[in-house]
Write a protein that binds this ligand. Structure first.
Ligand SMILES: *[C@@H]1O[C@H](CO)[C@@H](O)[C@H](O)[C@H]1NC(C)=O
Ligand SMILES: *[C@@H]1O[C@H](CO)[C@@H](O)[C@H](O)[C@H]1NC(C)=O
Ligand SMILES: *[C@@H]1O[C@H](CO)[C@@H](O)[C@H](O)[C@H]1NC(C)=O
Ligand SMILES: *[C@@H]1O[C@H](CO)[C@@H](O)[C@H](O)[C@H]1NC(C)=O
Length: 496
């Protein structure tokens, strides 16, 4: 057994807003709510400070609490995108699950709004979330991972030891939100979603008790796999591990006249049979008045099957880079666009046919041009997220996805910009555009009426039914059983 010391989780207390209606995500954010989000810097009610002081008195020396002004506090409230950051009365790095329980008890008693931060990668304001150690169990081929870590931390620890787990496709994404939402990885065609590889969750229940959830706890086992922070605070996740070999990856970019040929070739490629060790990601992007199309190709082995990617690799491209090396080399080679303000939305699809891919390209151009009028820094991307049709057969029923057949393709839209005053335009455009694409899919003959939107992509305000479908009723019943006092409603997120 190996043990690497990583620091504890971050619990952010008094998640900014005092007006709880803002977090009624079922209703969506209205203009005035967005204004509240922006003007959230007003002083905190004394009550929150008192809560912080009570917590300091109850927690063990393993945990630490920080106030505004400290460097730690600033780091804690920081996010990948500033649009997810909100000021709080204090922040805490709990060192033990028991301390998380004591903190939750105090928050419940005083009904203090809070947030739990993992990697801080979510782009919905108020959602974010905690922590960790990495412990490898070679005897059982599992790895215990603290939920405050990022996948970059996890890969850096595991890959040199010759093992890996199912984690994020991009650098910097946190373990907590990614896994508790489902988790799409470069090896999902082989192993399923991250939730399909979980063997155990360590959960601090809303009443403060620490519990280990395994397949024996039928309700929570189902509910935590996609149910985010509805059932308490998950402080550790144990995942199945697999042997890590070298991998192969290619990054291709196409601009101007080269885009159309590349998108056609990608559609043709998707129609063919592929190896389950492979994975691809396509994205149309618009920035600075320019459209582009990018392709990321992956193979879990040092070389892809002979000829598989030739047609794509031979396309005339604006740039092309190929890597054969460690999984970390591949992940580090992927450029993740950052921005001051970022929102996502998800567009469920079942197939990327020619009309669908054309519509993705058209939406990118249309909204890129239109939104650049509000903010010239706008960067928007529309991703094609293909997986093999049987990619959801690796797991058991879980909160997400509500249906494992036919297998939905999550397709993310990313809008990044700078100027806060145009947030509303971005939100409206995202909603309109994702609805347009779903309508194009339905016209294309795809049964998308109830297709599930991926919780880690879905924009705030998305009805819960759209993410959880027919699972919502059961998820709500389980929620009543484990959180009768609605303690977890004090934290942001998709709330059952
Ligand atoms: C747009 O172009 C400007 C000036 O050439 C550059 O500084 C900026 O980084 C570009 N923005 C994006 C999103 O590519
Ligand atoms: C977030 O805002 C801070 C302060 O305004 C700024 O220094 C930082 O660059 C911003 N982060 C991003 C990702 O734009
Ligand atoms: C492109 O998208 C816009 C906005 O959804 C739509 O109005 C227009 O008809 C689309 N054009 C094509 C050729 O599909
Ligand atoms: C979609 O869900 C609604 C509500 O649950 C149901 O009435 C409808 O029949 C479903 N439609 C399809 C095509 O499955």
């Amino acid at each position: 057994m190996l043990k690497a010391a990583f620091m504890g989780c971050v619990l952010i207390i008094a998640r900014v807003l005092h007006d709880r209606s803002v977090f009624d995500f079922d209703q969506g954010l209205e203009d005035e709510d967005l204004a509240t989000v922006r003007n959230a810097q007003h002083p905190f009610a004394d009550g929150y400070i008192t809560t912080c002081e009570n917590i300091v008195r109850s927690i063990s020396p393993s945990s630490q609490l920080f106030y505004p002004g400290s460097q730690e506090f600033n780091a804690h409230i920081g996010h990948w995108a500033n649009s997810s950051s909100q000021v709080s009365a204090c922040s805490i790095e709990p060192g033990t699950p028991r301390d998380v329980g004591l903190i939750l008890q105090e928050l419940a008693l005083t009904r203090t709004p809070f947030a739990v931060k993992g990697g801080g990668h979510t782009t919905n304001p108020g959602f974010s979330s905690t922590w960790g150690d990495i412990i490898v169990h070679e005897d059982s081929d599992t790895v215990e991972i603290g939920t405050g870590l990022t996948w970059t931390d996890v890969y850096a620890h595991l890959v040199p030891r010759g093992i890996n787990v199912i984690g994020s496709r991009l650098n910097g994404v946190g373990v907590a939100g990614f896994t508790l939402g489902g988790g799409y990885s470069w090896k999902t065609n082989q192993y399923g979603l991250a939730v399909d590889t979980v063997t155990e969750f360590e959960l601090v229940l809303p009443n403060g008790k620490v519990m280990v959830v395994t397949e024996k706890n039928k309700d929570l086992w189902f509910a935590l796999k996609g149910g985010f922070n509805n059932y308490g605070i998950v402080t550790k996740i144990t995942l199945k591990s697999h042997k890590q070999t070298d991998v192969w990856g290619a990054s291709l970019n196409f601009a101007g006249d080269l885009i159309e040929k590349a998108q056609e070739a990608f559609v043709k490629f998707l129609e063919r049979e592929h190896d389950h060790k492979g994975a691809q990601l396509g994205a149309f992007a618009y920035s600075n008045g320019t459209m582009s199309f990018g392709l990321l190709l992956f193979h879990d082995g040092p070389e892809p099957p002979h000829g598989l990617y030739d047609e794509l690799l031979d396309l005339p491209s604006t740039s092309k880079s190929i890597i054969s090396g460690s999984f970390i080399d591949f992940i580090s080679s992927i450029d993740t666009p950052g921005h001051n303000r970022i929102y996502f939305d998800g567009v469920p699809m079942l197939r990327y046919t020619e009309p669908i891919v054309k519509a993705f390209a058209n939406e990118t151009k249309f909204w890129g041009e239109r939104l650049s009028k509000y903010d010239k820094d706008v960067l928007i991307t529309y991703s094609l997220d293909p997986f093999e049709p049987d990619y959801l057969t690796h797991g058991e029923p879980s909160a997400y996805p509500p249906n494992r057949f036919p297998a939905v393709l999550p397709s993310g839209i990313y809008y990044g910009w700078t100027d806060e005053s145009v947030d509303k335009h971005m939100v409206d455009a995202l909603r309109t555009s994702s609805a347009t694409l779903v309508a194009v899919g339905i016209k294309d003959g795809q049964d998308l009426e109830n297709a599930s939107s991926y919780g880690n992509y879905a924009l705030f305000g998305t009805p819960l039914e759209r993410i959880y479908g027919g699972n919502l009723k059961r998820l709500r019943e389980i929620r009543k059983k484990y959180d009768p006092e609605d303690v977890m409603d004090l934290a942001g997120g998709w709330k059952f």
